[in-house]
Each structure stands twice: as structure tokens, then as C-alpha cells.
Design a protein around this ligand. Structure first.
Ligand code: SAM
Length: 298
């Protein structure tokens, strides 16, 4: 169900690359902070409309693109013929939020980080099903666990919202266990990013906190108005619950105990998905240090 709706969404936005230009540029600047030859992982690569892959492939030594919809990622990457792109099919979060899965997810969120890389439901990693829709020369069966501790930078491009939307749609936001599940998913995602990083590696979580569906003025927002608009909309409760900066800061701190959290809410930007849909996005970055992670100052 979750997979179906994510695939449908990717099919809808596949042709919208031009709309993503400003968003892509901001991501490029964030990623370019790493030196040449570094290893990049993108969780939720989808159509790769938010990535300038030829540029990134010239800069990074290896780029791992991960998504439940590997067909979309493969369609985006194959024509480019870039040798250092590796496409993985994997799911994490709550692909099937049954009652048993929810209980399991909440339990795993509490005790420790190991569970998140061990096939736990919060960050479930599994080998892809046989994908018969296309010949698949570059997809590597794997679990995210195989890649733990190997990346210089891990990008999560507005994926946390998708994980939360999926859980909320399946459960209903008034379900008594939804707040616990939301926390489990937030924490699981921050831990997953951290665990994929090598010590010294940088996590880059992009958060699409406010949608034009609730903040109608967003579609017409002028350049330079983003910071104040984001603050006002959060104040007014127009953001997606669970994606407000204070919560993200707390979650990252929990995922990386002892870390100070630095969020770049001073320079949010508008991500336009198409003619009618837009989000305000801010970045949260942190650097993993040995067993722990601290937040990176932008
Ligand atoms: C907001 S989109 C990111 C945009 C994408 N990079 C692009 O340019 O098309 C989120 C992506 O995360 C993927 N996704 C959502 N939930 C997922 C999950 N539980 N496991 C793996 N991938 C997931 C979706 O398939 C989608 O491609």
C-alpha cells in the first residue's frame, strides 16, 4: 500500500524535473561541501529530480541511490551511463503498518540503535523482490546494514515526511498509538542516517515542513520571504506535525546522544514540485564522531 502510493507519486512527478531547479541547486551546494572522491548515499533517490547526477558523479567517488521504487531511480540513471552510480532497492520505515508491526516499531525505537540496522521494522531493510519490469544490470541485492559506517555523506531529501504520511494514512492521526509511532519513525530515520555514516561523516536531512496545501501563500512566496514565512506558519500550526525544527533537533540529539543540534532555519527555501504544489524546506546537518554524532554547523 505504502509502496504503491510512493510509486504512483514518483510516476506523477517524473516529468517535473524543470520545476525542481532551485531545490536541486540548494542540494548541490550542501553536498559539494564534501571533498572530491567522497562516498555519498541518498535515501529516497526516486526520480533523482532533486539531484544533478552528472555533476555529483564528477565530484563524488561513489554514489549509492536507495529507494523502494528502484525502477524510477533506474529510469533516471540509466540514460546517463555513469559508472559510479549504484542503485539499490530497499525499504525502511513502515512499509506495512499492521498492529504487530507498529508494536514492534515502537519497541525497537526505544532501547538502542542496533535494532535499526538489524532488519527491525522501523528501518527495515530487505532484499528487493524480483523486479520483472525491466532488465536490471546495476541493482545490487543488499541490506542497508551491509553499508553501515561507509559513507562520507548521507542525504535524506524530504523523505521523513513521506514516512510519516504513510504511517498517518494507514493508521489515522487520531489513533492512540500514532504519536508513539511517529516518534519511532522520526528516531529510526535519524539513527539510520547516522549508522550509515563513517566516523566524521555528515548527515544531511532535508525537511519539507510546510506544504502549499495548508499555507496557500506559499505558491506565490517571493525570494527572501522564506525565513519569516516558515517561522510564522510553524507558529500558526500550519506545518506538518512532527517536522517542526524543535522536534527534529530533539530527535537528532536522541539519535546522536550528547550532540548539539544546529538547524539551518535561517535559510529555508521553496521546493516547487509542479504548477500547484510547493513546500518550504530546511536542512539539518550533523557529523558522526566515533560512536556518536554531533550536529554540523552550516
Ligand atoms: C520526497 S521523494 C524524494 C524525491 C526524489 N529524490 C526525487 O527527486 O524524485 C521520497 C522518495 O522516498 C521514497 N520512499 C518513501 N518511503 C520509503 C520507504 N519507506 N523506503 C524506501 N523509500 C521510500 C519514495 O519512493 C520517493 O522516491
Amino acid at each position: 500500500m505504502v509502496e504503491k502510493s510512493q510509486r504512483r507519486m514518483n510516476a506523477t512527478t517524473a516529468g517535473n524535473r524543470a520545476w525542481f531547479a532551485a531545490h536541486r541547486q540548494r542540494i548541490e551546494v550542501l553536498l559539494r561541501k564534501n571533498p572530491r572522491g567522497a562516498r555519498l548515499c541518498v535515501l529516497g533517490a526516486g526520480n533523482c529530480n532533486d539531484l544533478d547526477l552528472p555533476e555529483l558523479a564528477g565530484h563524488f567517488g561513489e554514489i549509492h541511490l536507495v529507494d523502494l521504487d528502484a525502477t524510477a531511480t533506474r529510469n533516471a540513471t540509466r540514460p546517463l551511463g555513469l559508472a559510479n552510480l549504484i542503485v539499490h532497492a530497499s525499504t525502511w520505515g513502515m512499509p506495512r503498518p499492521t498492529d504487530a508491526a507498529i508494536t514492534h516499531a515502537i519497541q525497537l525505537a526505544e532501547p538502542g540503535e542496533a535494532a535499526f540496522m538489524d532488519g527491525g521494522l522501523v528501518s527495515e531493510c530487505r532484499k528487493p523482490r524480483q523486479d520483472t519490469s525491466a532488465t536490471n544490470d546495476s541493482m545490487t541485492p543488499f541490506t542497508l546494514r551491509d553499508l553501515a559506517g561507509t559513507f562520507d555523506v548521507v542525504l535524506s531529501p524530504c523523505v521523513l515526511s513521506q514516512l510519516l504520511v504513510s504511517a498517518r494514512e494507514a493508521l489515522g492521526h487520531q489513533h492512540p498509538r500514532y504519536p508513539q509511532l511517529r516518534r519511532a519513525i522520526q528516531l529510526g530515520h535519524a539513527r539510520l542516517i547516522t549508522r550509515l555514516l563513517r566516523p566524521g561523516g555528515r548527515g544531511v536531512m532535508l525537511v519539507d515542513a510546510v506544504s502549499s496545501e495548508r499555507a496557500e501563500r506559499l505558491a506565490q512566496l517571493g525570494s527572501g520571504e522564506e525565513r519569516q514565512a516558515l517561522a510564522e506558519w510553524i507558529e500558526q500550526g500550519l506545518h506538518f506535525p512532527g517536522l517542526e525544527p524543535a522536534t527534529i533537533a530533539r530527535v537528532v540529539s536522541e539519535a546522536a546522544p550528547g550532540a548539539a543540534v544546529e538547524l539551518d532555519t535561517d535559510r529555508p527555501w521553496v521546493w516547487r514540485l509542479g504548477e500547484r504544489k510547493a513546500f518550504v524546506v530546511y536542512a539539518c546537518q550533523w557529523t558522526r564522531q566515533n560512536a556518536q554524532a554531533i550536529v554540523h554547523h552550516a
